[in-house]
Design a protein. Structure first.
Length: 182
């Protein structure tokens, strides 16, 4: 992996190959939809075509990806991925004295290297949504989007929202982001 600040990327962290392909498909579909949109300029279309999709399946690869690649416009993180100690999937929640704090290893890795990158967490079980959201809001003033893996439409819309936000941030752009898009 080489460092790149010129091209933007969507970081997808997921250990299940089928789920990874589905998430990549959502991202590619949203990119293509925006390229074909009449409101998208030629310059914006080219920027969209240049977006990379970084596929990461474990903690050690995540650490390498965010330390090397700085042009990440969105991180989509699975709540439970393999870490370096045993290679099995489990929640990445930090515990102190057997108490769950709400701190999450993957979120910490992304925010340490890329503090302004928006984060969307996906999980089949949203049992830790409130505690994780509350921890990062109170400790770091960071809003994390939490979406159920079963809500595929919302995951796709979330990716599209951040792509439209990226287009809006380009100089001279006036791409519309609707309130209900996220």
């Amino acid at each position: 992996m080489t460092s790149s600040n010129n091209n933007q990327a969507i970081l997808i962290v997921e250990d299940d190959p089928d789920q990874m392909e589905l998430l990549v498909s959502f991202a590619l579909s949203e990119i293509q939809s925006l390229i074909e949109d009449d409101n998208t300029t030629d310059q914006q279309s080219q920027k969209l075509k240049d977006i990379k999709i970084l596929k990461v399946s474990n903690i050690s690869t995540l650490e390498k990806a965010v330390s090397v690649y700085k042009g990440i416009l969105l991180a989509v993180l699975d709540c439970n991925i393999p870490d370096t100690k045993d290679g099995t999937s489990h929640d990445q929640l930090v515990k102190t004295n057997y108490r769950i704090t709400g701190q999450h290893k993957s979120v910490d890795i992304v925010t340490e290297h890329l503090p302004s990158t928006p984060i969307t967490m996906i999980s089949s079980l949203n049992r830790f949504q409130k505690i994780v959201s509350r921890y990062y809001k109170s400790e770091h003033d960071l809003n994390i989007n939490f979406i159920s893996k079963n809500d595929q439409l919302m995951i796709s819309r979330n990716i599209g929202y951040y792509l439209r936000q990226y287009l809006s941030s380009m100089s001279g752009s006036s791409y519309h982001i609707a309130d209900g898009d996220l």
